[in-house]
Design a protein around this ligand. Structure first.
Ligand code: CUA
Length: 349
């Protein structure tokens, strides 16, 4: 008669599992690792795959094999299978094994979580604000106004604590190169801890569907050397146009040329405008918002100012209200805003 199918099933399952595990470990799933938290998380992920693949493959193998081996043959249309009245030993077995696997994996995952969330005494605190559809990052300064930026800057090897808030709906703060992510929830502050370990530029993305502009709710994380980070922070404390202005320079009005230069830097850097807008002079090619080489032609400085601080007042044909964040008046300094207006008015003439 027919051979017992269990032996065949186990053999097919074991081979398929081995192939699956080799493939899963061979594929490089992760972006470059840029934080101390990455290695434990990547290892956890690998272990979860090694454990899950045999279970998945075994279940699929049994289903496919059974559908083929026990298919209905001509003449069996009115037959029924043998009656089964339960099998206590089998049921204890298939309840106990998954329970043991689950409890072990949960304990391991908990240990990893505990390890990556360890609190450090000398943390750098960065407040993350989410708003439809932009990020802003605040660096509290002892006895002064916080430094605010639309892009994230972090020093290498310094433990960072992110305090995350949302001004409107649910968002989710995620830097894939740091692996960890957490929701930004209106009304509460959520926390995330990361120690960047690799100098570089990494995407910041929103990982929670938050509205029409969700897919463009992006920013950039810059991991700098500690010295470069300190220089950046210092340059944000004193607006760039006044640097080198000599004695009393802080009160001097910047020249038109300085303003335009600041505007260009803001367009490419802190403002993040180039991510969504094409502008030949700045060398940006974003397509989420209107092409500014064409859209701004013939506009006055006042009109350009309104376009930036109140973007939904007039919408370029073919574009939708609510995509461009209405928060640039808060996230950019007055001088950066003046610079942007002066710069855009000049290049669009
Ligand atoms: Cu914010 Cu998606």
């Amino acid at each position: 008669m027919r051979r017992h199918p269990i032996i065949q099933l186990v053999a097919i399952g074991a081979i398929a599992s081995a192939i699956g595990i080799v493939l899963a470990l061979w594929i490089n799933w992760f972006p470059a690792d840029a934080a101390k938290q990455d290695q434990p998380i990547d290892t956890l992920y690998d272990v979860l795959m090694i454990v899950s693949i045999p279970i998945f493959v075994l279940v699929m193998t049994v289903i496919l094999y059974s559908a083929w081996a026990f298919r209905m043959r001509p003449g069996q249309e009115n037959e029924d299978g043998p009656p089964i009245h339960g099998n206590t030993r089998l049921e204890v077995f298939w309840t106990a094994i998954p329970a043991i696997i689950l409890v072990s994996l949960c304990s391991y995952a908990y240990a990893v979580l505990n390890d990556i969330e360890k609190v450090h005494a000398d943390e750098l605190v960065v407040k993350v604000q989410a708003i439809q559809f932009a990020w802003s990052f605040e660096y509290p300064q002892a006895g002064g106004r916080p430094v605010v930026s639309n892009q994230l800057y972090l020093p290498k090897d310094k433990p960072v604590r992110f305090d995350i808030q949302s001004k409107d709906v649910l968002h989710d703060f995620w830097v894939p190169a740091f692996r960890v992510k957490i929701d930004a929830v209106p009304g509460i502050t959520t926390r995330l801890r990361v120690t960047p370990t690799r100098i570089g530029i990494y995407p910041v993305v929103c990982a929670e569907l938050c509205g029409l502009g969700h897919s463009v709710m992006r920013s950039t994380a810059h991991v700098l050397s500690p010295a470069a980070f300190d220089r950046w922070l210092a340059s944000k404390r004193t607006p760039a146009v006044n640097a080198g202005g000599g004695a009393g320079g802080g009160d001097r009005q910047p020249s038109q040329k300085q303003l335009i230069a600041l505007g260009r830097t803001t367009f490419i850097g802190d403002g993040g405008c180039g991510a969504c807008h094409t502008l030949a002079d700045a060398g940006t090619t974003g397509t989420t918002g209107p092409d500014l080489d064409r859209a701004l032609r013939g506009q006055s400085e006042d009109e350009i100012h309104t376009d930036i601080v109140d973007p939904d007042e007039t919408i370029a044909p073919g574009y939708t209200a609510g995509i461009m964040p209405p928060s640039f008046e808060q996230t950019l300094s007055a001088q950066q805003l003046d610079g942007l207006v002066a710069y855009l008015a000049t290049v669009s003439k």
